[in-house]
Design a protein around this ligand. Sequence first.
Ligand code: BGC
Length: 738
Amino acid sequence: IVRARLYATALGLYKCQLNGRAVTDDIFRPGWTDYTKRVQYQAYDVTDLLRTGENVIGAALGDGWHCGFLGSAPRQQYGDRPRFLATLVIEHPDGDETTLVTDERWRYRFGPVLEADLLMGETYDARREIRGWSSPGLDESDWVKVLTFEDPGIDRVSSASPPVRRIEERVAVAEPIERTGNKKQRHWIFDFGQNLVGRTRLRLKASAGTTARLRFAEMLQDNGTLYTANLRSARATDFYTFRGDDQPEVWEPCFTFHGFRYAEILIEGSAEHSAVTREALTAVVLHSDTPGIGTFECSDPLVNQLQSNIRWGQKGNFLEVPTDCPQRDERLGWTGDAQVFIRTACFNADVAGFFTKWQQDLADAQGDAGWYPAIVPNPVGLALGDGGPAWADAGIICPWTIYECYGDSRLLERHYDSMSRFMGYLDRTRAEGLRCHPDKSYHSFGDWLSLDGPGTTLSGGTARDLIGTGYLARCAEIMTKVAKILKRPEDAKRFAALRNEVIESFNREFVTPGGRISEDTQTAYLVALGFDLLPEAVRPAAFDRLIGKLRRNGWRLSTGFVGTPLLCPVLTRFGRTDVAYKLLLQQGYPSWLYTVLQGATTMWERWNSYTKEHGFGDVGMNSFNHYAYGAVGQWLYATVAGINLDPERPGYKHAILRPEPGGGLTHAKATLETPYGVLSSAWQIESNTMHYKATLPPNATGTFYPPPNAKADRDHYELNSGTHEFSLPINAEQRVSQ
Ligand code: BGC
């Protein structure tokens, strides 16, 4: 043969082997899409796996998103059982091709995997393994004929995003702690030192028929046992039954994942087994293979831990689709969460392919009326309709951010019609110019989890119509730019006019001439200022009110998912980076560093998901891996370290370098692998001098703006590729008390 290619896909999950060898180490193939419309296939070069003589191909199937539990919905959202489809194309030297397909001649048998579910876990009985199930010489006399199915008639597309892979394997930070509750059962708890997402690899010797139960948790309770109440109905439990080999048996499940820092092994007390040491269980980190491209580091170890927590929140929740959380019975593509975090995500990792694929998911999930839903993909059993402000708007904000960060307009081009239909929907459903008019029953999550509200609501105290109308103006602003880039001047005019109209309604309804906003919350001011909704003349007064509110609140935030990402960027934009630092470095509740000081190794859903003083927060919704508040990461890169992009020359063709030292930090540095090469920005302060060093990649330029508190002979410097150094006198004192 000259070459052989295998095309494979499944409704469900598949793991394929040829002659006893895996065709790929990709995980959770074919990935998650709306299986009523589209499924991805993968193509593998399997030339080297074929041999002369008999060849055997096999596939193991799991339920996955297709027919396993999904969020809090019942099983079988898309279908009742997994199905597999493959074509093997073999090219011969004479130009002929042999094509083999999955047809009624295939045979199956149930194997060692007794249960496999993403939320519930995997049950594996090694005694039931079929030796050589995909190798020549297999005796399949007791295998039965497969069931074949009609083509479901959905699109089959090549996968656009990087696959989930095994990214790293971690050993527990110490020997596992044995907790012998009773003699019948023994259990050991492993601490991997980091809340992560993936699975474990078991290496243990035990007598045949012994079962090890594995459970997972993000936190421990005071008595040292696993805290699993926050997983809700996700059982997150694996079982492995030993063959009874002479050697330690090695097992890693393949159709499940868990969110955990701690894992527990439980074995019946009477079972014979080798010692349970650190080596007995390691943690395997899984996520969509979005390589890290950014680093941020500064002189404050707590801020560095915050950056690490943001990064880990991103790793664990970028698994096939951007999810809210990776552990409880949710793990869904919540659009709002993705939208607030995407800019930060683009600093940390190369997420271009990941969001390119998800944008198609958004388009697939779009309602006939034009809305985007709150979760994407949007399975029928969970279907929520219009996602409402800040959630649905992901359909506009995400592709725009990807364009800005990578400079590739094809995503905008491909989805322009879908994006325009969404704008049409928003425009049509306005009442008195407002989105989410209070007299109509529009859906909205408000400023989710904000502390401004009356306490009884999760949506916070900022009116939904204010957030909705503000976000509509923001979307219209983006669409004006998109239409210009795609050379549709008429559309651009239309979107610009819509934006003006919406802004007028916003001001008429919510803003006094003196710059007071009717909803007296931090988020209301942040939306108004951050999205440029106020007349120039009113902005200073409105900004003063925001500062007043923060001061009266003891320099603490009270924002939820909507307000938090805007907080530091707005303070910087209006000249109060000192206040932004005050919030960043705040250690009291609620603040970013508060969670760091409570021991967080990822971002938490709530500022008080756990406190040393009061223990665990409300169990109904208490994720320890929820990236939304990590949206501050964008400001760390852009303002603390100074790396930003120029929207006019996207993809960092021209970088804006605007570092603003403050908060008593003595140095900060960020690096970013842009499409042009590595860009870096670093400063250090020594006896009132700021030493600044920037490196620009080939074929890119930058503009360096010295900080307002530095003395420089110019207000900006144009820089070319290469390394540039500046030494500037600086007054790095804080002035926050004003
Ligand atoms: C999710 C959020 C999501 C929200 C919608 C929650 O259950 O975990 O992150 O955005 O619902 O308000």
